[in-house]
Ligand binder design. Structure first.
Ligand code: NAD
Ligand code: UGA
Length: 482
């Protein structure tokens, strides 16, 4: 059994060196590696990835200085406030800052003084073309290179297209002081928002791409000792990240395709997809239909993967189909409401949820926010409640209570799968509403209980009413002669 098979089987392989065997051959190693040394680390960017990385590395015993250029964010961190919602993060930041192993600054030169590892965790937002905007990354790499007082490894944790690390290497040479050598490593991050600390501390794998063994070893030694470590070259590591997010997006889009079929067949997609996902070759995660995938990464990275395909002269139609299916999914609620209510102009629609998924206050590319805009453009009056998010400028009335949001509504939509929504008093909702229609886009409520409360519930893929989407098969021919 080779290492990759062992990884699939969840077995541990004996330790081997981190050195890539060739420029195109990855290897997977398991602990025990060489004993982990505490390192002095500079983390650039204190967002979801940077702040989690900085705090967790400090918690693992490293001496971390986290550089943040946004003054408001930095001030909040200096006051001990955590600018993002991540379970467990506040406690780790408090403990490590108190212990002196985590510090925050805006001064990159001070952070790099004597430091041999800088991790770049800055944003790479999408441009209209689908390519990511790499300006934050280039600026951070130039600043770090200029500030390095000794040979250093720049570790790119931000998600970037393959080839970026090589470009950063050239930029680093231009900015580094005489006699200082900068090496570039790719170490993409796979954490999920809302699970950032757990995902960082217990990753499925850590991927390190570099041109040399020494840089890979330095990066690998930062992490907990018992994780699967994939070492390869930088292009491969960069592509692992793009390919992983694109595969997740394709899986979700496939679930949404099946959901649409189920609605038209009168079948229940939750049953169908459970049956599909129990095949261990497929797996049940990321097979939940909903209002389309959103957030700051999946849409951006599928777009980046597709743009990369065009650049390479190797289009990637599967990824592009996932984008099309996702666009359709992100209009599915408005389409349903039009089928059920007719013209939405002058109607009142309640939307429960604004965050792009439960467990976060992040609204970047949120399907729920997109829905509010669609409804508003259609002329509906929109009432909104989210347990964590208040979004200035939204074309909706935002209220701090779900029952108040439901007052007088012709229809209610659940757009974010907050568990608290499932636990609402459905009778109270029914009394507050004017109409009966409930569209649970994220399949979090109990449809039978909603019906018992006198409401008319619809989920995503919960192929209920043959009257809603009548089955349109041609009559089957049963005779042998056909
Ligand atoms: P973010 O926008 O939340 O945080 C980036 C931070 O970097 C900001 O606070 C910004 O002010 C700071 N910054 C930018 N330039 C700087 C500089 N020169 N010096 C100091 N600070 C600087 O971004 P994020 O969500 O943490 O994502 C960062 C990268 O990681 C992106 O490439 C993203 O695709 C990738 N990623 C994100 C996640 C996630 O769950 N959010 C997961 C995996 C990978
Ligand atoms: C995603 C990946 O899961 C992380 O591994 C990755 O590191 C990260 O992107 C990134 O690169 O930034 P995240 O954006 O936090 O993490 O959110 P996910 O949990 O992946 O959800 C993304 C979207 O897909 C959400 O809108 C969610 O509601 C939707 N989704 C997810 C579904 O519609 N169905 C599913 O089965 C799963």
């Amino acid at each position: 059994m080779n290492a990759m098979d062992a990884a699939r089987a969840g077995q541990r392989q004996p330790s081997r060196s981190h050195q890539p065997r060739s420029s195109h051959e990855a290897r997977v190693t398991y602990a025990p590696r060489s004993p982990r040394r505490a390192s002095l680390v500079c983390v650039v960017g204190a967002g979801y990835v940077g702040l989690t990385t900085a705090a967790c590395l400090a918690d693992l015993g490293h001496d971390v200085c986290c550089v943040e250029s946004n003054p408001a964010r930095l001030d909040a961190l200096h006051r001990g406030e955590i600018p993002i919602v991540e379970p467990g993060l506040e406690e780790i930041v408090a403990a490590t800052t108190a212990a002196g192993t985590l510090r925050f600054t805006s001064d990159i030169a001070a952070a790099m003084d004597g430091c041999a590892i800088a991790m770049l965790c800055v944003g790479t937002p999408p441009r209209a073309t689908g390519d990511p905007d790499l300006r934050q990354l280039a600026a951070a790499a130039a600043q770090v290179s200029a500030a390095a007082t000794r040979d250093a490894v720049i570790v790119v944790k931000s998600t970037v297209p393959p080839g970026t690390c090589e470009a950063i290497g050239l930029l680093a040479v231009d900015h580094a002081r005489a006699g200082v050598t900068i090496t570039i490593a790719s170490n993409p991050e796979f954490l999920r928002e809302g699970h950032a600390v757990t995902d960082f501390m217990h990753p499925d794998r850590v991927v390190v791409g570099s041109a040399g063994a020494r840089a890979a070893e330095l990066v690998a030694d930062l992490y907990p000792e018992d994780v699967a470590m994939v070492t390869c070259d930088t292009r491969a590591a960069e592509l692992v990240k793009y390919a992983s997010n694109t595969f997740l997006a394709i899986k979700i889009s496939f679930a949404n395709e099946v959901a649409g079929m189920c609605e038209r067949l009168g079948a229940d997609a939750l049953e169908v997809l459970e049956g599909v996902g129990l095949d261990s070759r497929i797996g049940s995660e990321f097979l939940h239909p909903g209002a389309g995938y959103g957030g700051s990464c999946l849409p951006k990275d599928v777009a980046g993967f597709a743009a990369l395909g065009h650049t390479l002269g190797w289009p990637v139609p599967l990824a592009e189909a996932a984008q099309q299916v996702n666009t359709r999914a992100r209009h599915s609620v408005t389409d349903k409401l039009r089928l059920l209510l007719g013209d939405l102009a002058g109607r009142t629609v309640t939307v429960l949820g604004l965050a792009f998924k439960a467990g976060t206050d992040d609204v970047r590319d949120s399907p729920a926010v997109a829905l509010v805009h669609q409804l508003s453009r259609a002329g509906a009056s929109v009432h909104v409640f989210d347990p964590l998010v208040f979004l200035p400028g939204l074309p909706a009335t935002q209220v701090p209570d779900p029952y108040e949001a439901a007052l007088g509504a012709d229809a209610l939509v659940v757009a974010t799968a907050w568990p608290a929504f499932a636990a609402l008093d459905y009778d109270r909702l029914a009394k507050a509403m004017n109409g009966r229609v409930v569209v649970d886009a994220v399949n979090t409520m109990d449809l039978a209980l909603l019906a018992e409360a006198g409401l008319e519930p619809y989920g995503t893929g919960r192929g209920r009413p043959v009257t809603f989407h009548p089955v349109v098969w041609q009559p089957l021919q049963w005779t042998a002669s056909g």
